[in-house]
Write a protein that binds this ligand. Structure first.
Ligand SMILES: [Zn+2]
Length: 215
């Protein structure tokens, strides 16, 4: 399976309007220069999500969800990054070669472990943009990682052990699955106080992590 070409991705992003695309999923209201919506990624009762037409990004001021048009579609539909690019391409009638992406997935023997890694990666990303992740985020910014890059590669932050353990256990994945996925060992979080860089397979799904110590 071929990866979507960088030039295609750039062209799709340039041609798609984030306000139009997000409006396909949720209702969006113009407020001054920007647009506002109720955030679909947390239990939102106010319009906490801001969408910038100018910058073509969205950001929720409560849960921290944010990114570009592809990140929104990926997160909302719970699909992979290439699938989201493909979907946006279809909406704007961008001629993306059909065989350049394989939407149908074969039965995956590691489906459960992947599910653990997918949810854990979302959690790590959330942590990076939270209060706990402040120092990690600053370290990434200092190394010229901008938010778009961070979101695209789903770079995250593993907080101190207890917090990760609490999150993982609350998900009820089962100890064995989490051990096989390499995130929990004998009830202990494998990664803590680390910048987490997921290693993705050709479909854009996390299969593991490289972790960097802070400082
Ligand atoms: Zn939110």
């Amino acid at each position: 399976m071929a990866w979507i070409k960088e030039e295609d991705m750039k062209a799709i992003r340039a041609q798609a309007d984030i306000v139009d695309i997000i409006s396909k999923y949720i209702s969006v209201e113009k407020k001054g220069k920007n647009y506002q919506a109720q955030c679909p990624f947390h239990d939102d009762h106010d319009p906490s999500m801001s969408i910038s037409e100018e910058k073509q990004i969205f950001k929720c001021f409560v849960c921290g969800a944010g990114g570009n048009v592809f990140s929104f579609v990926q997160k909302y539909e719970k699909i992979t990054f290439p699938e989201a690019v493909y979907k946006v391409a279809q909406w704007i009638n961008y001629p993306l070669a059909l065989d350049s992406i394989q939407i149908k997935e074969k039965k995956d023997p590691f489906e459960q472990e992947r599910k653990v890694l997918r949810e854990y990666s979302d959690y790590l990303e959330y942590e990076l943009f939270s209060e706990d992740g402040k120092a990690a985020l600053a370290a990434l910014h200092a190394r010229q990682f901008d938010e778009e890059t961070i979101r695209r590669f789903q770079i995250g932050y593993a907080p101190e052990g207890k917090k990760s353990e609490y999150f993982l256990k609350a998900k009820h994945f089962g100890e064995e699955r989490m051990r096989d996925a390499g995130v929990l060992n004998e009830g202990r979080a494998v990664f803590f106080d680390r910048i987490m860089i997921p290693i993705h397979d050709s479909k854009g799904l996390p299969v593991g992590y490289t972790a960097r110590r802070l400082g």
